[in-house]
Design a protein around this ligand. Sequence first.
Ligand code: HEM
Length: 488
Amino acid sequence: RKPKVPFPPGPPALPVLGHIMAIPAVDQGEFFSELAKTYGDIIHLHIPMRSYIVLNSVEASIELLEKRSHNYSDRPVLPLMELMGFFPTLSILGYGPRFRLHRRMVQQYFKRQDIAAYRPIQIRGSRVLLQNLMSAPDKRNDHLSQYASSILMRITFGYDLTSGDDKYLSVVKAASHVLETPGLLAGTIVDFFPILQHLPSWFPGGYYPGVARRARVIIQQMHDFPYHYVQEQMAKGQAKPSFMATNLEALNNQSGIPSNTIMDIKGAVGTVYVGGAETTWGTLSMFFLTMMLYPECQAKAQAEIDTVVGSGRLPDFDDRESLPYIECVLQETLRWNNVLPLGVPHCSLEDDIYNGMFIPKGSIVIANTRGMALNENTYSDPHTFNPSRYLSKPIGKGEPYPIAHFGFGRRVCPGRYFAEDSLWITIVSILATLHISKALDESGKEITPELKFTSGVSRHPAPFQCKIEPRNKAAQTLIEGADTTDYY
Ligand code: HEM
């Protein structure tokens, strides 16, 4: 279809295939940012039967995804995610009544005004994490994923995850592993030619559907076990307060949201505890990488904690306002290499014209959040990790906190306030007590890892070694003596 108003600008396309061969499988954020230098903030790419719109600035994303959110809050159909059994799941539900139901359920539970109630869970989790990091520093990633899963499992279905060998944690890990498949969010050949999902895995083009079909069992377990666990606990009269128990009770009393179904609750719980944990531990993994690579920032953060909190106790949420540099470390960790570099794709419901550019109905609309974090007009020397950039001038550069990493409009991350709390308490507790540095090789030389990242749905640092040790005897005593009683 040739529109009267031109599409947004974009590079020349091949006939039929359009830009499909030009889009790289990895580092797409950087690729789109390079294109933006020539074609501007809103780029149009052709993929077979579809328009692919990439938004490269916060301003353009706000204009379309927020101010025109009635038109840009749909999601593209993601055949592979559905084939895996991710349905009905808020993150990928199309815009409509079922989306609104799920969104309301999740948003209500993680409202900014209410999340302080979950802090005892986050504090306890961060203390267990300190103890685990001190006793087995080599298993850093396992501890981080256990921390993130433990707080979300506790809140979503009242489960007390206390060990790294927990059978349910292994299901979560397996589900996360599935999500490491590159391109799952509208980036595989099956998204461009959905008919391919029916091919057997040995057939050319059948690789992705094969991966998705094999993952079904895991994804099913991931959705089912929280439900069975809560039912069991409710039958014994021992269910702890949780998202699932609250919603099931509402359903039992017939007083909850009328069209609520068990499937909806299972789907909502699944997306929160797996998606939320994946992004939280991924960001914490990034934090370790930055602290190892930028020791001067680590020292500055520790000096601030030593002055404000001292060494006689662990930091608490009440300290947050008095620790401006720690806030900057958190914000810079979220910006520097954000875990969802292209957010989650939106989709347009109707034809639209914006600034003389035509955006057809059904376009896949991507917010290039990685590109926004690297925008040189907003962030000086954007590849450098520099928390001070947010401090007011003349001490800092007065640059704004990043916002793009949590997405936009009616699909903005509903867990963002909770996520920031989970990250803050962990980051400040680690900085208060542990020292992170480069690991040494056999000859005693420091190992500097190459900056490498995974390229699945979420982007994490590739595995890297680092040294983690208590900062001093006082810190070791604080970790050993930390109160890990369950006060929630
Ligand atoms: C560092 C941590 C996190 C980051 C960077 C992050 C980022 C994002 C992004 C970029 C989106 C897509 C927004 C859009 O489409 O414009 C999203 C959606 C979502 N996030 Fe988060 N998130 C994080 C943690 C969490 C946590 C802890 C939870 C749960 C408590 C959560 C629950 C969700 C859900 C349910 C959606 C789907 C919303 C929808 O489609 O309407 N996230 N998140």
